[in-house]
Every structure is written in C-alpha cells, then in structure tokens.
Design a protein around this ligand. Structure first.
Ligand code: S3P
Length: 175
C-alpha cells in the first residue's frame, strides 16, 4: 500500500480533541472523516452512555472491534477513535496495517478542563474524576506511545496551528 493511500488514524485519551482535530485535518487533506464512536452509535441505535449502561463495556468493545474491521479497509480517510481503542491489539493491528497512527498527547489537567463536567464519558462518571483520569492515563500511556507513528503534544497549542503542523508532518511522511 502506497503511503499516500493510507488512512490517518487519530488516537489519544478521552476528551483530548480527536474529533475536532480529525475533522479539521480531513478538510485540510481532502480526506473523508470517520469517527468510530459516532459510527457505533449510528449502527447500534444506542448512545455510548446507553451502550455502557444497558449492555456493558465488553459489548461496546465488541462493537468497537467490528467497526474497526469495517473501516480499516478504507483508504484516504481520517479516522478519529475512542480513547480505549488501544486496549485491544487487534484494533491496532487492523488500523496500522493501512494507516498512519497519530497520537494526540495531553496532560490530565487538559483532559479535566475538556471533559470534567461531561456526562457522555461513562468511564469518567466517578466521585474523583481527576484521580480517574490520572489512573486511566497511567494505564494507557505506554499503549498510545507504542502504537504511534507520530506524536503531537497538545500543550498550549491552538487547534488550527496543531492541525497545520500535523498536516505538514504527514505530507513529509507520505512524500
Ligand atoms: C472511551 C472513550 C470514549 C468512548 C467510550 C470509551 C475510553 O471516546 O469510546 O466512552 O475507553 O477511553 P472518546 O475518546 O472520544 O471520549
């Protein structure tokens, strides 16, 4: 597979801005945009919180893998993923076979600012959200790092500037 036919796959912790940035990047590159959580919601007819509450996390993870199986066959798409996609190595095998993996790295404080009050992240509905963010990030950080072809530090950056920076780095890679 030629580099310039590959998908661009955005990974990173919940609430780091994968969807916002992914959409902007897709416009900039002229690629189709896909969001795995949105696709899971559309296909199942349930929202993410409903899936976790009524069917449980393992069921959600199975739908996530099914979705990855489908979309990883695409070409030239920007794919924003759910923060837990890296938990299943099969997901990452499929996605990286035909994709460049971009990791958006953010601090726990950054995440807390973005989703501290959000009711749509079932895993963050705990008494001490900051502690939960820190613990999950500790568990997952090495996985994001392991799968990333490109890591982007989000600290203090403006979305448009970061998007431009990623597009430039990708163009270098795809040349
Ligand atoms: C999850 C992240 C969510 C969503 C689900 C589980 C996770 O996506 O897939 O709530 O395990 O980190 P975002 O990363 O878009 O919040």
């Amino acid at each position: 597979m030629k580099e310039n036919k590959k998908n661009i796959v955005i990974i990173g912790f919940m609430g780091c801005g994968k969807t916002t940035l992914g959409k902007k990047l897709s416009v900039k590159l002229g690629y189709e945009f896909i969001d795995t959580d949105k696709l899971i919601e559309d296909c199942s007819g349930f929202t993410i919180p409903e899936l976790f509450e009524q069917k449980g996390e393992p069921y959600f993870r199975r739908l996530e893998l099914e979705t990855v199986r489908k979309i990883s066959k695409n070409q030239r798409c920007v794919i924003s993923t759910g923060g837990g996609i890296i938990k299943n190595p099969l997901n990452m095998d499929l996605l990286s076979h035909n994709g460049i993996i971009v990791y958006l790295e953010a601090t726990p404080e950054h995440i807390y600012r973005n989703v501290g009050n959000d009711k749509n992240r079932p895993l963050l509905q705990t008494d001490d959200k900051m502690e939960t963010i820190r613990r999950l990030m500790e568990e997952r950080k090495h996985l994001y790092e392991k799968y990333a072809h490109l890591t982007v530090d989000l600290t203090g950056g403006i979305v448009n500037v970061i998007t431009d920076r990623i597009a430039l780095a990708l163009e270098e890679k795809m040349r």
